[in-house]
Design a protein around this ligand. Structure first.
Ligand code: PSV
Ligand code: MN
Length: 388
C-alpha cells in the first residue's frame, strides 16, 4: 500500500468547488463549438455539476457567475442544488461584459460608471444573502492597452475606494476575494496584475478580504508555489482557481499541462496549513472545456487534484526537514521526488470502492448514460456560454 491510512483520512474531507460556467460552451476568439446536451439554464449547469460530485464525492458546491447565472429566485436555486446533493458556493461578479466598462469598472474615471460597478457587487452580495454563499470573488478586466492611456496611480486609488464600499456591504460571515491576472483583456497594464497588488488592496480592506490565486494568471516560469507559501504565511490566501496552462490563461484541465507544478503547489498548501478542516482556503476550479466533454473534464480535474494531494501528503516531512537542516541538497530533493513519483491510483481506486464510490469515476460516468440522456433531452433553447 502506497497511500497511508492517515493520508486517506485527510483526503476524506477534500472539497473542490466547481464553476457553473465550465458546463456551458466556451472557446477562443476564433470559435466556440457547441456540444449536444450543453446546459441552457443555471439549473441544468447545476444538475451537471452534481454528476461530478455523485461519481467522486469531491465537489459538494458550485460557484455561480452573475449575470451568467441570473435567476428570479436564488433561494429556490439553492434548494434545487441541495436536492441534487450540492450547495451554491462562491458568487463571482462580472464587470467585463458591459459596454459601460470599456475603459474600466471599479477604476473608471467616471463616478457614474464606478457606481454602476459597485452596485453590481451589491447585487452579488444580495444573491449571497439568499444562497448562503460566503465568498464574493472579484476579478476585474480593468487595465489599459497603451502607455499614457490611463493614470495608473489614480486607477489604484479609485480601485481602493470602490473596493472599500463593496467590503463595507459584506455580512459578518462573508469574505471578498480579489483575483489577480497579469494580462488579458488589457495588454499594457492590468489594475490587479499580481499577488502583491491584490495583497496590498485587500490588506487595506480588513480581515475578511483575501487574495484569490488563479493558477493560470502568471507569467510563464513564475514560481507559483512560492506565492502560495508567502500568502499562507501572511494569512491572506483566500482561494484558488485551479486550471492549467501551456502558454497563457489556457484554462485547461488542472494538472494536465504540468502535474509536477500541481504537486509543488499542493505541497506548499499543506506545508503552510492551507489544507484540512481548520483551513479557510477555498479550492475551486476555473476551467473551460472547449473541445473535450465537459462533465468528464471536470471529473478528471477533481481526480487529478485528489491524486496530487495524496502524493503531496505522502512527503516524508520529518526526513525532509532533517535533510534540509543537514544541507543535504540531493537527499532533500530525492524525498520530494519520491513522493511525486509514487503512484497512488490503485490505492485510491480501492479506497473509493470502500466508501461506496466507483473505483473509476470516469468509466462509471461514461457507463451511466447521463451524457446521452442530456443530449437527447436538451433540444431547443439557447445553450449557455460566454455571455449567456
Ligand atoms: C478571468 O480570466 C477568470 O479567471 C475570472 O475568474 C473570471 O471570473 C473567470 O475567468 C471566468 O471567465
Ligand atoms: Mn479565475
Amino acid at each position: 500500500m502506497t497511500v497511508s491510512t492517515e493520508t486517506l483520512r485527510l483526503l476524506e474531507s477534500q472539497a473542490i468547488e466547481l464553476p457553473s460556467w465550465a458546463f456551458g460552451n466556451s472557446g477562443t476568439r476564433f470559435k466556440v463549438f457547441s456540444t449536444p446536451g450543453t446546459p441552457r439554464t443555471p439549473e441544468e449547469k447545476i444538475a451537471d455539476a452534481a454528476q461530478v460530485n455523485k461519481f467522486t464525492a469531491l465537489s459538494p458546491s458550485v460557484a455561480i457567475h452573475i449575470p451568467w447565472d441570473k435567476v428570479d429566485d436564488y433561494a429556490a436555486l439553492g434548494r434545487y442544488a441541495e436536492d441534487l446533493g450540492v450547495t451554491l458556493g462562491t458568487v463571482n461578479s462580472n464587470t467585463f461584459q458591459d459596454d459601460a466598462y470599456k475603459f474600466g469598472s471599479l477604476t473608471h474615471v467616471d463616478p457614474k460608471v464606478r457606481q454602476m460597478a459597485i452596485d453590481h457587487h451589491f447585487e452579488c452580495i444580495d444573491v449571497m444573502n439568499q444562497t448562503g454563499s460566503e465568498d464574493l470573488k472579484v476579478w476585474l478586466a480593468d487595465g489599459t492597452n497603451y502607455p499614457g492611456q490611463g493614470d495608473i496611480r489614480g486607477r489604484q486609488d479609485r480601485l481602493a475606494d470602490s473596493l472599500a464600499k463593496i467590503y463595507a456591504r459584506l455580512g459578518e460571515n462573508q469574505r471578498l476575494v480579489l483575483e489577480y491576472k497579469f494580462f488579458e483583456p488589457a495588454f499594457y497594464h492590468t489594475d490587479v496584475p499580481d499577488w502583491g497588488t491584490s495583497y496590498a488592496q485587500v490588506s487595506a480592506l480588513g480581515d475578511r478580504a483575501m487574495v484569490c490565486l488563479d493558477t493560470g494568471h502568471h507569467a510563464p516560469g513564475t514560481n507559483i508555489e512560492f506565492i502560495v507559501a508567502q500568502l499562507l504565511r501572511l494569512g491572506k490566501l483566500g482561494s484558488f482557481d485551479f486550471n492549467s496552462r501551456f502558454y497563457a490563461d489556457d484554462d485547461l484541465i488542472v494538472g494536465a499541462a504540468d502535474p509536477f507544478q500541481l504537486f509543488r503547489i499542493l505541497y506548499e498548501v499543506i506545508r503552510g496549513g492551507g489544507y484540512g478542516p481548520d483551513s479557510t482556503v477555498a479550492f475551486m476550479l476555473d476551467q473551460c472545456h472547449n473541445v473535450e466533454e465537459k462533465i468528464p473534464g471536470q471529473i478528471r480535474s477533481v481526480l487529478n487534484v485528489q491524486e496530487m494531494t495524496a502524493r503531496a501528503l505522502s512527503v516524508d516531512t520529518v526526513a525532509l526537514a532533517a535533510a534540509q537542516e543537514a544541507g543535504d541538497v540531493l537527499g532533500a530533493n530525492g524525498i520530494m521526488m519520491d513522493a511525486f513519483y509514487s503512484d497512488v491510483r490503485t490505492d485510491l481506486a480501492a479506497w473509493r470502492e470502500s466508501r461506496g464510490l466507483p473505483a473509476d469515476p470516469m468509466k462509471a460516468f461514461a457507463a451511466s448514460g447521463y451524457q446521452a440522456k442530456i443530449a437527447a433531452d436538451r433540444v431547443g433553447g439557447t445553450q449557455a456560454g460566454w455571455g449567456a
